[in-house]
Design a protein around this ligand. Structure first.
Ligand code: UD1
Length: 337
């Protein structure tokens, strides 16, 4: 298949590009490099011996996006490109709606104009909002609680309307839980700019000595150790979920929603402990107040993805930490090392 991957130079994108190339697909990456590095794709080439074509382009540049579709015959699109920092989205909502929603509308218009109607979209468990009901099941009502999450929810709505209006579309909405880890080579991984917002990259930077200690946001949650519980998923398992969805769509019209998670929750303290074991040294931490907007517990019911796609996770929390650590220690400053 000839696959366009928007945001393919980013964290989840680059791991998925690697898997696509290994599976024999032809890959074209569109990325504006706003929050990613072309070095990731150079390393994917080094790892696979295969090259994805790279087009540096912003989805907000609608005429150029349309030209790309006019000059290439894509079979399908995997759409990762988007801004993803929750806190930043609260401060700059217009930039988030413009970039994520308008960028997606431009992409969809070009897909529609050029008869490319197979799409895998990078959604998030964040669309479930602050519900205390676990595990999360695809049919639960959506209720995102911040602008970033609402861009994901709005794009899901747009895609649902599109699928209802024109049944020739084949759309997979993949709701990721908490992606962590890195390719086992330690050559590609997550390279957050500035202070990481998410737990694993922060813990990794503490372990490598870039930061002093982890602040554990809340130890008074109604959980077994008082800290928040999340469903961590290895980025290579997540990448495999995209290939499974891409294999499913050619024989299935319509819009499909799948949770991509392990179905198992781990607490912040369990993650810090597992990371310390992987790194061979304890990771210093301190308890701090709860982070506004956080819920106590979130984990997936991943049974729909198993039933429909035959997909499930294969990698444990220890493996996530070991692979994340290998990437961190070999690339202490990310791709800038
Ligand atoms: C966050 C986002 C979510 C996004 C997801 C992407 C918020 C409120 N939610 O989810 O929208 O889809 O990342 O992966 O930002 N923690 C600490 N110390 C830290 C960082 C995190 O204790 O320095 C705790 C959090 O309170 C939480 C857990 O670790 O219990 C995981 O946090 P994080 O990695 O930020 O993910 P989410 O909060 O699940």
């Amino acid at each position: 298949m000839k696959v366009l991957v928007t945001g393919g130079a980013g964290y989840i994108g680059s791991h998925t590009v690697l898997c696509l190339l290994e599976a024999g697909h032809e890959v074209i990456v569109l990325d504006n490099l706003a929050n990613s590095s072309a070095e990731s794709l150079r390393r994917v080439h080094e790892l696979t011996g295969k090259k994805a074509q790279f087009v540096e382009l912003d989805l907000l540049d609608a005429p150029s996006v349309d030209e790309l579709f006019a000059s290439s015959e894509f079979d399908s699109v995997i759409h990762f490109a988007g801004l993803k920092a929750v806190g930043e989205s609260v401060v700059e909502p217009l930039r988030y709606y413009q970039n994520n929603v308008v960028g997606t509308l431009n992409l969809l218009a070009s897909m529609n104009n050029h008869g490319v109607r197979t799409l895998v979209f990078s959604s998030s468990a964040t669309v479930y909002g602050a519900t205390e009901e676990v595990p999360m099941v695809e049919k639960m009502p959506l209720d995102a609680t911040n602008p970033y999450g609402r861009t994901k929810e709005q794009i899901e709505d747009i895609l649902s309307d599109l699928g209802a209006a024109d049944p020739s579309w084949r759309i997979a909405l993949l709701r990721y839980f908490n992606p962590v880890g890195a390719h086992e080579s330690g050559r590609i991984g997550e390279d957050p700019t500035g202070v990481p917002n998410n737990l694993l990259p922060f813990v990794a930077q503490v372990a490598v000595g870039r930061r002093e200690k982890v602040m554990v946001f809340g130890n008074d949650y109604p959980t077994h150790d008082g800290t928040g519980i999340r469903d961590y998923i290895h980025v290579m398992d997540l990448a495999a979920g995209h290939l499974a969805a891409l294999d499913y769509l050619p024989s299935h019209q319509g819009v499909y929603r799948w949770n991509l998670g392990s179905g198992k929750g781990s607490s912040v303290l369990e993650v810090i402990q597992a990371f310390g074991e992987a790194a061979g040294k304890p990771v210093p931490f301190e308890f701090a107040p709860r982070r506004p907007g956080d819920t106590a517990v979130s984990y997936a019911d991943p049974s729909a993805a198993l039933a429909d796609l035959g997909w499930s996770v294969h990698r444990s929390l220890s493996q996530m930490c070991e692979d994340h650590w290998r990437w961190q220690v070999n690339n202490p400053s990310g791709y800038g090392s």
